[in-house]
Design a protein. Structure first.
Length: 156
């Protein structure tokens, strides 16, 4: 399903995005965007953002809702996929197409994604688990290394 965002002027992100097919994600993403970032901004009490990313094969812009933490001015997201043994699709796309758009509250801006090194991840992981306790169980329940991604604002 494609959605055009009337509030997105030139330089404010993609004109059209495909919203996650997951029912609750799609509903929350619409609420977040349509409210201008005043509603739908938490998941189980943790802050969330909208991530617009480009499909690595299709080139289609897609949108999902993700919990985020902070590290200075940067945003941190976790590729937990609910503890699955597979990386979430959004993460696979970010590895190949790291230029993204974020909505955090009322603000929309361009950012660049970078997977944290093991040392950086070890430093921020306790804060992320404090923010959203299920991450600890997700990590224990999979053989996969759950990536943490830094989203740094760019000058677009």
């Amino acid at each position: 399903m494609t959605e055009r965002d009337a509030g997105q002027a030139a330089g404010q992100g993609p004109d059209a995005v495909e919203i996650s097919p997951s029912g609750w994600v799609a509903k929350q993403a619409r609420l977040y965007e349509e409210s201008g970032g005043t509603k739908g901004t938490t998941i189980q009490g943790a802050p969330c953002l909208l991530l617009d990313y480009r499909g690595r094969r299709s080139g289609t812009w897609r949108r999902t809702v993700l919990i985020y933490g902070r590290d200075g001015d940067d945003y941190l997201i976790v590729g937990s996929n609910g503890g699955s043994d597979r990386h979430p699709l959004w993460y696979l796309n970010l590895r190949d197409e790291p230029d993204v758009w974020l909505r955090v509250g009322a603000e929309r801006f361009a950012a660049r994604a970078q997977t944290l090194s093991p040392e950086e991840k070890a430093r921020v992981w306790p804060h992320l688990v404090e923010l959203f306790a299920p991450y600890a169980g997700y990590r224990q329940g999979t053989q996969r290394d759950i990536p943490v991604v830094r989203l740094r604002r760019t000058g677009k």
